[in-house]
Design a protein around this ligand. Structure first.
Ligand code: ZN
Length: 298
């Protein structure tokens, strides 16, 4: 969805670790956080599998967007132009939407820090590189994004472009934050692999929560302006989000990387499952309908 040009962004909800800021630095592929790290990730893949995927290599950060820093992200017009500002604006919209939505459930929403990094960064879940894709770390309650990944979503994973494809990725990670607040995110660890595993159910639920936000995003007013952050959703927007969800399905990534699929090793769900649950969230806008643990086959 496009941002309303006059929307006021709040970059203080995000932390910029690019270009020597913060603790961002080039780190090795350290999956020291292992399972904890992968629980919150968008992708269910071992980074070594990525080498089998075609397209541009990872870690090639285009310098252009990183030079100004997110402190300069002030308006919706900038969110329409700059990817890093779009991540900030999407986080602003999510932080605007979820508190009131969760209130009837007795959940006190806390704002997760949105971290923008390049190449690699350190987290409470261990060091992480761009290769693992965007992720949420329950250990520090922060959501991590390398803008370079959003380009790879198209070039490497074959998603369509479009702002909602990218905004969906941010909303998915915030879905894990909601699970963290609800106390359900740890379920993934007890049953980490398989098409009907707790891990897959946890990931599909995060997709479903993203769908709930998509449904409300363009009608939720920003308190600062009284206007919504986002313009009305179009059919193309929705198609872009579904395309992105499909592009990060376990079956599609495995097929592209190895030429075969193995549902027993799935951690995030197939392309069809991810589309289905994202759409369920969008269509029902109901937290209970996102109970992926209540159905026999998610
Ligand atoms: Zn995830």
């Amino acid at each position: 969805m496009s941002f309303n040009d006059g929307a006021q962004l709040d970059p203080s909800q995000a932390e910029d670790r690019r270009g020597g800021m913060g603790t961002g630095k080039k780190v090795g592929i350290g999956l020291g956080g292992g399972l904890v790290l992968l629980i919150g990730a968008l992708l269910g893949i071992n980074p070594s599998l990525l080498e089998g995927l075609t397209g541009a290599g990872t870690g090639q950060e285009p310098a252009a967007t990183g030079t100004q820093g997110i402190a300069a992200c002030k308006t919706g017009a900038q969110a329409n132009e700059r990817l890093d500002c779009r991540i900030v604006g999407t986080a602003n919209s999510l932080n605007d939407f979820w508190p009131a939505y969760l209130k009837p459930y007795g959940v006190d929403y806390t704002v997760p820090t949105t971290v923008i990094f390049s190449n690699g960064t350190n987290t409470a879940c261990g060091p992480a590189t761009t290769d693992v894709g965007p992720f949420y770390c329950p250990g520090d309650g922060k959501a991590y994004f390398d803008p370079a990944f959003f380009q790879e979503l198209e070039t490497r994973f074959g998603s369509s472009g479009g702002p909602l494809a990218q905004e969906y990725v941010v909303a998915h990670e915030f879905g894990h934050h909601i699970q963290d607040l609800l106390g359900t995110i740890g379920r993934a660890q007890q049953d980490p692999q398989g098409a009907a595993s707790a891990s897959v159910r946890t990931e599909l639920q995060a997709d479903c929560y993203a769908g709930i936000w998509i449904r409300y995003a363009s009608s939720q007013p920003d308190p600062a302006t009284g206007q919504p952050f986002l313009e009305k959703i179009t059919q193309k927007d929705l198609n872009d989000a579904l395309s992105a969800a499909s592009s990060v399905g376990d079956d599609r990534i495995q097929q592209a990387a190895t030429g075969s699929t193995n549902p027993e090793t799935w951690t995030h769900g197939s392309s069809a499952q991810r589309q289905k649950w994202l759409y369920t969230g969008y269509q029902t806008a109901d937290l209970q309908s996102c109970d992926t643990f209540a159905v026999k086959t998610p």
